[in-house]
Design a protein around this ligand. Structure first.
Ligand code: SF4
Length: 85
């Protein structure tokens, strides 16, 4: 019998190839009260990491499907994802 469910490990496999593995969360997630140019600089740094990431599209799809509200995922900022919803 054919199944359309995938083993759980394969759903998360893309994360093993993430360019951000081992990096500080603070690169991708804003501290409380962060705004303006400080936020744009941090997001720009995170997006630069994402640009070189082999699993950027998997990451972006995951973030959109699971409605990740915070942080940079797959090269998109939380503000950009909010506009798309
Ligand atoms: S796209 Fe960015 S946030 Fe997603 S796994 Fe790659 S480096 Fe990490």
């Amino acid at each position: 019998m054919k199944s359309n469910t995938r083993p759980l490990a394969s759903v998360w496999d893309w994360q093993t190839k993430a360019a951000c593995r081992g990096m500080k969360e603070s690169v991708f997630f804003s501290p409380p009260g962060e705004r303006g140019s400080r936020r744009r600089r941090r997001e720009g740094g995170a997006r630069a990491v994402c640009r070189a990431c082999a699993v950027k599209l998997d990451c972006r799809s995951f973030a959109e499907a699971s409605h990740q509200r915070y942080g940079v995922w797959g090269g998109t900022t939380e503000g950009e994802r909010r506009v798309r919803e």
